[in-house]
Design a protein around this ligand. Structure first.
Ligand code: VG1
Ligand code: CO
Length: 544
């Protein structure tokens, strides 16, 4: 097998963001762009030489071509074995499962998650370490440093691997093993959840659900597990055929983009339960009959009920949430006498806590929940968790959540996204807020008094690493909060995210409409940051 060394020149924009390197497909298709980044992974991750790596993606446009290129780079860089999902497919949580199960030295996941796909849309690449989790900042920093000085990459000349053929194919000294992308993941889910009970729920004839795969990667997973193994009626999984452009949609499971299931759970003929997942299968949205469960509440409900679920029946060791996620989970942890960790946005920050067994469950307000079963957030896992809970408690989604609020109080929550705003304007806005922080504590805004205001910094309790500038927090006495941060996953301009949380202990007020409750905080948040004056936007692009 002939190995070529190809001369290349560094790109200056290969710094991974919140979750890997994301760019327009056209950028990745450009000469040497993908090759440089992958070679930088091999150059910095010495274990991969002579080692094993997992490889797969969410099936979006350019997935198959990128997989072929990465396999040829892996062979030239002395990787002994590459485990790749059939068709180049692995959902993000399934990739994490495969890395852990086969004890690989890490893996490469191709995805831009919830960002649209297609020739003019987004592509992404991410390296996960041997624990199955997204590489921590130290590793992504090293890869980025390497991309700045790289001068060549190594690649073998070879014909394409047949990605649809299960089994081992040889590329020089490197074995390429094409595996069923669903089997190992389904096996893991069977260990965690009471499949018999969920099957009975489906069989009862009294329960109707739909799962919207949004033409993304979870289609085959959901069909095999929910319809196949658990016996839900055919047609339970909708939009289950993965498409390279996600059917032209935006595979982002929220109220704005997953309209189809919102409709199915609304009105008099509403079904009992619906859920959706995103492009790469790590996000989830949970809906009951005429009822939306905020991701922050979902995490809190899971923590409070984990002991009822097979895989967690001996209890949980602790919880963690990303900083902008509502403090609902904190209240549960408090009641259970457990620690609740507040981490920066991005799943990579949960890895150490999970590895050190400080936490069992974790979540993000951005429709992400997960546990120590893998090291990624896991969309279908969350759906199965809820199904298992519904089967055990024999109550509706709404009853379970309202009961939770009665016990712990309700954290009303909403997020405003201002997408594709001018980058300099967005940075200026954050800078201006930063300059005001020290003067804010004690000031009064309507009924709200500022308790603290800071630029969130995190010290990892396991390895002591420090991450600064992770978002601006303004906390009010009484537990309400405003958080501002700039997105690290977008590919156009900047996206300003404003996260709002209002704590309400009084059960009589739990039936109020979220938008109404949040109104005063919205006004404070937009005025304080001078959003309209600085970005020219009077309204957000998306409200979730
Ligand atoms: C967003 C979310 C964050 C999530 C990240 C990756 O990041 O806010 O919570 O971890 O996406 O999710 P940002 O920097 O754009 O706010 V996924 O499902 O896109 O891999
Ligand atoms: Co995702």
């Amino acid at each position: 097998m002939e190995i070529s060394s190809i001369t290349s020149h560094p790109f200056d924009d290969q710094k991974p963001g919140t979750s890997g390197l994301r760019k327009k497909v056209k950028v990745f298709q450009g000469p040497n762009y993908l090759e440089n980044f992958v070679q930088s992974i091999f150059d910095t991750q010495a274990d991969l030489k002579g080692g094993v790596m997992a490889l797969g993606g969410d099936g979006r446009f350019y997935n198959r071509q990128a997989i072929q290129i990465i396999i040829r780079l892996a062979a030239a860089n002395g990787v002994a074995r590459v485990i790749v999902g059939q068709g180049g497919i692995l959902s993000t949580p399934a990739a994490s499962c495969v890395i852990r199960k086969y004890k690989t030295n890490g893996g490469i996941i191709l995805s831009a998650s919830h960002n649209p796909g297609g020739p003019d849309e987004d592509f992404g690449i991410k390296f996960n370490t041997a624990n199955g989790g997204p590489a921590p900042e130290g590793v992504t920093e090293a890869i980025f440093e390497r991309t700045k000085t790289i001068s060549e990459y190594r690649i073998v000349e070879a014909t394409d691997i047949d990605l649809d053929q299960l089994g081992i194919q040889q590329l020089g000294d490197t074995s390429i093993e094409v595996i069923d992308p669903v089997a190992d993941y389904a096996e893991l889910m069977k260990q965690l959840f009471d499949f018999e009970r969920i099957h009975q729920l489906f069989n009862s004839g009294l329960f109707q659900m739909r799962f919207d795969a949004m033409h993304a990667v979870t289609g085959p997973y959901a069909k095999r597990i929910i319809e196949g193994i658990l016996g839900a009626e055919p047609g339970t999984v909708i939009n289950g055929e993965p498409k390279e452009d996600f059917g032209g949609g935006h595979p982002d499971p929220n109220l704005a983009h997953a309209k189809e299931i919102v409709k199915l759970t609304s009105g008099i003929n509403a079904i009992d339960f619906a859920a959706a997942s995103d492009g790469d299968g790590d996000r989830n949205m949970i809906l009951g009959r005429n009822f939306f469960v905020t991701p922050s509440d979902s995490l809190a409900v899971m923590a409070a009920n984990a002991h009822l679920i097979k895989g967690y029946k001996s209890g949980i060791s602790g919880v963690a949430r990303s900083m902008p996620t509502s403090q609902a989970a904190d209240r549960v942890a408090d009641a259970l006498g457990l620690e609740c960790y507040e981490t920066p946005t991005g799943w990579k920050f949960f890895g150490n806590l999970l590895d050190a067994r400080k936490i069992t469950l974790c979540g993000e307000e951005s429709f992400g929940t997960g546990s120590d079963h893998v090291r990624e957030k896991d969309g279908l896992w969350a759906v199965l968790f809820w199904l298992n809970l519904l089967a055990v408690r024999q109550e509706s989604v709404e009853q379970i959540v309202r009961d939770h609020w009665r016990k712990f109080g309700r954290n009303f929550y909403t997020r405003y996204d201002y997408e594709a705003v001018d980058k300099a304007a967005a940075e200026g806005l954050m800078e201006h807020l930063r300059s005001r922080l020290s003067a804010l504590p004690g000031s009064q805004f309507g009924n709200y008094t500022v308790d603290y205001a800071d630029d969130f910094a995190y010290t990892d309790p396991v390895d002591g690493s420090i991450s600064k500038n992770q978002g601006i927090r303004i906390g009010f006495s009484g537990g309400s909060r405003i958080v501002y941060r700039l997105s690290g996953t977008g590919t156009v301009g900047a996206t300003l995210r404003v996260y709002l949380e209002a704590y309400e202990p009084d059960p009589d007020k739990h039936t109020l409409e979220t938008a109404k409750v949040m109104q005063p905080l919205v006004q404070i948040a937009t005025e304080l940051a001078e959003i309209e004056a600085r970005t020219g936007r009077s309204e957000p692009t998306v409200i979730t």
